[in-house]
Design a protein around this ligand. Structure first.
Ligand code: F0G
Length: 402
């Protein structure tokens, strides 16, 4: 049994209502009766992770729309740990989900819920990954999808995904924050189901990142989990996963949740540094990490609560710092991530150097999207391939030239 509840005024809504925010404007959370939920710890130890392994903690009754989301690897990264100067570092690579980002965890739950609610059309605004994922799950469900993208600011791979899966793709002459306002109005007025992370059911799927990290560490809790922050849903969702395992008596503590933004788009970090509970929206966000080029994150209050409550932190990194982290992941660990994803590692490095993260901590950095999402960025930051004639002398000369 579960219901929706406002995080501001505690107003309750039933699970059969199509609603995204409270009448007071507050964000909604899905509330369960945990005393009625049992997770088999033996099953946790033995069964391979996937979103639907944690079905007892998910708000879906019917058969879900699923294409094997979750169950992503948790890599131990000793070479990267050495370079940064910490004891134990893991990367949770969410880029290895079906559509190449963590959004698939939210979509398998959110789209399944939309079907339960009888919705016939699905929509989102997106910096790219949400649209790629929604288009994928809409196709699997056989439902039409509409996506609103900020013109010229979405990485190529993500646009390609939305197109091939058959979504109606609108390129908005405006930024992501403006697209969010438009899609919310469209969904309210036209009976279309909204699948941005303002939809609390999406975050229920994403909380399984927290469940999986505990599972993969043999039911141990890391000291800290570091997450890129854009629209600010994921950091709060993952924290909820950790809290649930504590409520169910599986663990005894939660990690310090640490949210990383970029210097050009960091309203959450600025609020954290002031000790504020909410953000001041930024008008013209700009960063190479287009996935998190967001000035007015809708879930900021949930994110800030997760960071404060867990004793975590927030920091902003420069584009140069995140590009270096992207190269380090690729060249020291064989992990290919898109620019936004590398902010977690860039933030770790910065906070270790500042003495805020201890060198003896066990840290998990979440990398949220796959390298191939944004091939153009990689080409722009890399040296050009060496063109040679098709003969062995030319090849040998190029191979041994400095
Ligand atoms: N990393 C990647 C690769 C993303 O695509 C996003 C968000 C985030 C991090 C931030 O997660 O919003 O939960 O704080 N992308 C959204 C989109 C906004 O439309 O694809 P968040």
């Amino acid at each position: 049994m579960y219901h929706l509840e406002c995080i501001e005024c505690d107003q309750k809504y039933t699970k059969s209502e199509v609603i995204y925010t409270c009448k007071c404007g507050g964000l909604l959370d899905v509330i369960y009766d945990y005393s009625a939920i049992e997770l088999d710890v033996e099953k946790l130890r033995t069964e391979a992770p996937s979103v639907w392994k944690y079905r007892a903690l998910l708000p879906i009754e019917a058969n879900p729309v699923t294409i094997h989301e979750g169950g992503t690897p948790l890599y131990r990264c000793d070479r990267l740990a050495d370079k940064i100067g910490i004891k134990e570092l893991y990367i949770k690579h969410e880029g290895l989900n079906p559509s190449g980002s963590f959004k698939d965890r939210g979509m398998t739950v959110g789209v399944s819920k939309g079907i339960e609610l009888g919705m016939k059309t699905l929509a989102c605004a997106s910096t790219g990954n949400t649209s790629a994922s929604l288009s994928t799950y809409g196709a699997k469900a056989g439902l039409p999808v509409i996506v609103l993208l900020p013109e010229g600011k979405v990485a190529l791979g993500k646009v390609a995904q939305a197109l091939i899966h058959g979504a109606k793709v609108l390129s908005i002459r405006g930024n992501f924050d403006e697209a969010v306002v438009l899609v919310r109005r469209l969904c309210d007025e036209e009976q279309i189901y909204l699948l941005n992370s303002i939809n609390p059911y999406r975050l229920e799927g994403q909380k399984t990142i927290g469940h999986e990290i505990i599972d993969q560490l043999g039911l141990n809790v890391p000291d800290r989990v570091i997450v890129p922050v854009g629209n600010a849903g994921n950091v709060a969702a993952i924290y909820k996963g950790f809290k649930e395992f504590m409520k169910l008596g599986i663990t005894q503590s939660v990690p310090k949740m640490t949210g990383i933004q970029t210097e050009g788009a960091c309203p959450v970090t600025k609020a954290f540094k002031k000790g504020a509970e909410d953000i001041i929206p930024e008008k013209n966000p700009e960063t190479i990490a287009t996935a998190i080029r967001i000035g007015n994150p809708v879930n900021a209050k949930k994110a800030l609560r997760a960071i404060y409550e867990s004793g975590g932190n927030s920091e902003a990194v420069s584009d140069e710092e995140l590009v270096q982290a992207q190269k380090d992941l690729a060249q020291l660990e064989g992990i290919g991530v898109e620019p936004a994803s590398a902010t977690s590692v860039a933030g770790l490095k910065k906070l270790v150097e500042a003495g805020i993260i201890g060198r003896d901590e066990t840290v998990v950095c979440v990398t949220t999207g796959h390298l191939l999402k944004d091939p153009e960025e990689v080409i722009n930051i890399s040296a050009e391939p060496i063109t040679v004639d098709a003969n062995i002398e030319a090849v040998r000369k190029a191979v041994f030239s400095k």
